[in-house]
Design a protein. Structure first.
Length: 105
């Protein structure tokens, strides 16, 4: 799958946050104004979020009303239902799913 420059940037951001935090997943989203937000999986005793849920939460907390695109870097073949649902809530039908090398599936 060939990505445009802006979507490739999301994958790069997702890879970076995943590597920096040593997390299971990294995600990045772009809102309707072109702002980007990145986050990794959150796994605390009292709070668990997928990387995409965390990135969407950051975007919404900053005032985003809609997302143009989302990207997740994961070892899994497909996104979990919670990530798919939160992407859909924000208007993204098919988030980009990429491996640790940044190759989109």
């Amino acid at each position: 799958m060939e990505l445009g420059a802006e979507d490739a940037k999301l994958v790069t951001l997702a890879r970076s946050v995943r590597a920096r935090n040593g997390a299971a997943e990294g995600a990045a989203v772009r809102d309707e104004m072109g702002r980007t937000y990145a986050a990794s999986t959150v796994a605390l005793p009292s709070l668990s979020l997928t990387a995409l849920q965390a990135a969407v939460a950051a975007a919404v907390a900053s005032g985003a009303q809609r997302l143009e695109m989302a990207a997740v870097v994961t070892d899994e073949a497909q996104l979990d239902p919670a990530s798919v649902a939160v992407a859909g809530d924000m208007g993204v039908e098919r988030p980009i799913v990429a491996d640790e090398e940044g190759v989109a599936r």
